[in-house]
Structure formats: structure tokens, C-alpha cells
Ligand binder design. Structure first.
Ligand code: ATP
Ligand code: MG
Length: 478
């Protein structure tokens, strides 16, 4: 794997787009007065929006029918068709379209009628350009947030998918909600979790849901580079600052300007680099290697590790001050074995992915293969599951995945887990005590696997929450 990747494809810093924007919002202006149309066209363009101009009601409606519009700004009094009629038609096309009506002082009552029809605001002519600008921005921002919410609900509701992440278990739904909340902030985030649990996916999801989504997402693997290389990669360097530095080079922090930098395997950072990173986080400034000028860093930092950083702090291997700077918002990803409900969902997702990729027509996992996947402990988490399914798809010659196509150690699970034959010892034994010890064992195991969530532990043992609570209490387990 590459040590540094930018967005989806690895690219070098110099190829990074300096300015990338999402498609601008489209604002339709309807007014028979040419000077107003021209004024608004200038204002809207300067704000970064696309302006569509219509000099009468008919043209406005034609524009609405031609393609999606994000906001309607319409005069009320126009010769052929009133703004009210335009509004009514616009709402029939797109009921959620926000509209700002413009009216002369004399016809304020019509403006109120417009509000009743679903316009969200009005301005009185002659209007204050700044006031109108604020209103436009507000309506568009509102619409964007609402659309995102709809998308999120759809994503979570139907396919158990959020961004590129699959999951329907309670802890994963919680992670999805957390990502959504975090995306609205610019705070530093620390993503922890075992290897292969999806830490990088979480970092990307945060970036691509944030206001920085149109700026670069730059990933750096701190464990894959030597101290010197990491320093020059992150901060850039000036020509001649060390042997081999033949030209000035921008660092990844600059490349991530106004975007997000993902510091993967942060626990591997050397003490010297820890100090340098601390300074960037504290002062939001840094120097290129060999340089004297201070450069401002407007970056959002997301760090990830599969190590226990707080323990590393205790052992003196990770700076405490840096730990607190990074651990502003912690996101802990559960191991796959703690969310067994997701295994089948993920397996069919990967099955579909790899059958399509390899042009095979495997439709399902066999019952037995599916059970094996459920029972296995998945020390390598989702990455291991993905690899196992990919391999199975490649090997499978029948329309369903049979256990034979799964790796040996996963297949071995089945025989290992077969119930042991029960033998009554010659001397006899206390059955009740034995049964209780088995009960206690399963209750404890289920609790552990369910991450302490009793409802889920109960599910694992096929019992009601009430019964589970009874047993947990009986054996003094929490
Ligand atoms: N919830 C998920 N849904 C679908 N695919 C996932 C999910 N989580 C992880 N993956 C996939 O599993 C693989 C590992 O994910 P990722 O690289 O994000 O893990 P990681 O926690 O960063 O691992 P490591 O600590 O080893 O770097 C990737 O191919 C990723 O696409
Ligand atoms: Mg990773």
C-alpha cells in the first residue's frame, strides 16, 4: 500500500487541484425590470451561484420545466403572469423549492398571500442588496441541509449503507450518526479500532460529509515512512535543505489546505515528529524543512491508530499533550465479532462486489458457509472477511459458495465448535452445579461479545431481555 494517498487515486502533491468546487446552486430570477435582473445576476455570480434570468412568468416556468432549480427569486407584479402564479406552478413542479418574492411596498398583502402559498420569504422594493444576499444564502443552505438529511435517511433506511460503509448493528448505526455530527465541526478526531475495522473509511466519510468535501482529503501513513521522509512529506522542504532536496516541494499539509489530512497509524510517530505535529495543532502554523517563513495551516486533522494510545502515554511512548490535542472527538470502531449481525450483510455485499468484478454468477452463500462465517472470530475484521469472500468467489465453481471455498482456518471453526460428547464420570457429579457453570459461562461470553449491551447478548442466546437480565443478576454479571 502507498504511504500517501490523495482522494481516491494516489496522486503527487503537484498534481493536486488547487481549487475544486461542487456544482453551484442554481437560482432562477424572474422580473420584468431589466435593471433588477442585471443587478441580481451580478450579485448571484459573485456569491458563486448560477443565475437563470427570466423576464416574464412564462419564461420562468419554462426554465423550471427545463431542469432543477434550487431557489426562485420572483417579482410579484409582472405583465403576463403574476409572481403568485409562477410560484404556484413552481411548487407543483417541486414542492420543496424555496422562493423569495419581491414586491413593491403597496402590495405587501399579496406578499403575505405568497407566504401562504409556500414562498419562504419576501423583500420589499427597493430592497437592500445585502439583506437579500443573506436571505438567499440562508435558503440555499437550508435546502442543502434538508437534502442531505433526506439522503442520509434513505442511505440508512433502505440499504444499511452510509457513504461506503455497510452496517445495521446498533454500534455501527451509532458510528454513522456520530460521523454525521462530527462532519459539521472542524474538531480533531481520533479513530481507534482493531486492524481492518474501517478506520480509514470513517475518516473519508467524515471528510466527504463535511463542508470541506470539495477540498482535498489527504491520507498519510505515519508508520510507513522514516522520520526524515515523513517530516518533508508533511511540511514540504526548500531546495538544498538536505541531500536529495533538488527543488522546493510543497508538503501534504499545504496540499490539504482547507481540506482534511488523515494521519494514519499516528502511534508510530517518532518523538521528534510528535513535537512538530503538536505545534501545528496548537498554533495552526508550521515551517517547511529548511525554511524560516511560517505558513498558516487551515486543515482538519483526523488521526487513526489500532494501538492503545492512552497506554502508550502511560508508558511514556506517546506525548500526553499531543494525545489530548488529538483525542478531541474519539470514534471507537467495534471489532467485527462484537457486531455479528453485520457479518451476513457484509458478506453478501462483498459477494455481489466480487461476482460482478470477476464476471461470475454466484448468487448466494450456502447455509453452511454462512454459518461458518458467523462463528468465526475475525481477528482481521472486515478486511479479513472481504478477503475470504473474494477468495471464495474466485475459487467457487458452483452457483453458491460452499464451505470448501473458504479458507481452512475458517472451516476448522465448525468442527471445533461442535458440542462435546457428554460423558457421565464414573464417580458421578453434581449436575446442577455443572449446568449452572455452563450457564454462567455462556451469559458471560454473550455479554462480552455484545460489548456489554444486554439486549444484544440476549439475542445471541435466543432468550428474552427479561430472562437475560435474570441470569445476569443471578450470576452477578454486568
Ligand atoms: N463498514 C464497512 N462496510 C464495507 N466495507 C468496509 C467497512 N469497514 C471496512 N470496510 C472495508 O474493509 C477494508 C479495511 O478497511 P480500512 O482500511 O478502513 O480499515 P482500517 O481500520 O484502516 O485498517 P488498518 O488498521 O489495518 O489500517 C477496506 O477494504 C474497507 O473498504
Ligand atoms: Mg487503515
Amino acid at each position: 500500500m502507498n504511504a500517501t494517498t490523495v482522494n481516491r487515486e494516489p496522486r503527487t502533491v503537484n498534481e493536486l487541484p488547487l481549487e475544486t468546487r461542487a456544482t453551484p446552486a442554481r437560482v432562477l430570477v424572474a422580473d420584468d425590470e431589466r435593471s433588477i435582473r442585471e443587478l441580481l445576476a451580478i450579485v448571484l455570480k459573485r456569491e458563486g451561484y448560477e443565475a437563470l434570468l427570466a423576464e416574464n412568468g412564462r419564461m420562468a416556468i419554462a426554465a423550471l420545466q427545463r431542469g432543477p432549480v434550487d431557489l426562485l427569486v420572483s417579482d410579484i407584479k409582472m405583465p403576463d403572469m403574476t409572481g403568485i402564479e409562477v410560484l404556484r406552478t413552481a411548487k407543483a413542479i417541486d414542492a420543496s423549492l424555496p422562493a423569495i418574492m419581491m414586491t413593491a411596498f403597496a402590495s405587501q398583502e399579496t406578499a403575505i398571500e405568497a407566504l401562504r402559498l409556500g414562498a419562504c420569504d419576501y423583500v420589499i422594493k427597493p430592497f437592500d442588496v445585502d439583506e437579500l444576499k443573506v436571505k438567499i444564502r440562508e435558503k440555499l443552505e437550508n435546502r442543502r441541509l434538508r437534502q442531505e438529511n433526506v439522503l442520509l435517511k434513505r442511505a440508512l433506511g433502505s440499504s444499511h449503507q452510509f457513504h461506503d460503509m455497510i452496517g445495521r448493528s446498533a454500534p455501527m448505526i451509532e458510528v454513522f450518526h456520530l460521523i454525521e455530527t462530527i462532519a459539521r465541526t472542524t474538531s480533531t478526531v481520533l479513530v481507534t479500532g482493531e486492524s481492518g475495522t474501517g478506520k480509514e473509511l470513517v475518516a473519508r466519510a467524515i471528510h466527504f460529509h463535511s463542508l470541506r468535501r470539495d477540498r482535498p482529503f489527504v491520507a498519510v501513513n505515519c508508520g510507513a515512512l522514516t522520520e526524515t521522509l515523513l517530516e518533508s512529506e508533511l511540511f514540504g522542504h526548500l531546495r538544498g535543505s538536505f541531500t536529495g532536496a533538488e527543488a522546493n516541494k510543497k508538503g501534504l499539509i499545504e496540499a490539504a489546505e482547507r481540506g482534511t489530512i488523515f494521519l494514519d497509524e499516528i502511534g508510530e510517530m517518532s518523538p521528534m515528529m510528535q513535537v512538530k505535529l503538536l505545534r501545528v495543532l496548537q498554533e495552526r502554523k508550521f515551517r517547511r524543512v529548511g525554511g524560516v517563513d511560517e505558513i498558516e495551516a487551515d486543515i482538519r486533522v483526523i488521526a487513526a491508530t489500532n494501538r492503545d494510545l492512552s497506554q502508550m502515554v502511560e508508558e511514556g511512548r506517546f506525548r500526553e499533550d499531543l494525545f489530548y490535542r488529538i483525542n478531541v472527538i474519539p470514534v471507537k470502531l467495534p471489532a467485527l465479532r462484537e457486531r455479528p449481525e453485520d457479518i451476513a450483510l457484509l458478506a453478501s455485499h462483498f459477494l455481489a462486489k466480487y461476482t460482478a468484478q470477476m464476471g461470475k454468477s454466484i448468487t448466494n452463500l450456502s447455509q453452511e458457509a454462512s454459518e461458518l462465517l458467523q462463528r468465526y472470530e475475525w481477528p482481521g475484521n472486515i478486511r479479513e472477511l472481504e478477503n475470504a469472500v473474494e477468495r471464495a468467489v474466485a475459487l467457487e465453481g458452483t452457483p453458491v459458495v460452499l464451505p470448501e471455498s473458504l479458507p481452512q482456518h475458517i472451516r476448522a471453526g465448525l468442527s471445533r465448535q461442535k458440542p462435546q460428547p457428554m460423558m457421565l464420570p464414573d464417580s458421578g457429579f453434581d449436575l446442577e452445579e455443572h449446568v449452572q457453570s455452563i450457564e454462567r459461562d455462556y451469559i458471560a461470553q454473550a455479554l462480552k461479545r455484545a460489548g456489554g449491551v444486554q439486549v444484544r447478548a440476549a439475542e445471541l442466546l435466543g432468550m428474552s431481555f427479561r430472562s437475560f437480565r435474570y441470569y445476569a443478576k443471578k450470576y452477578n454479571l454486568r
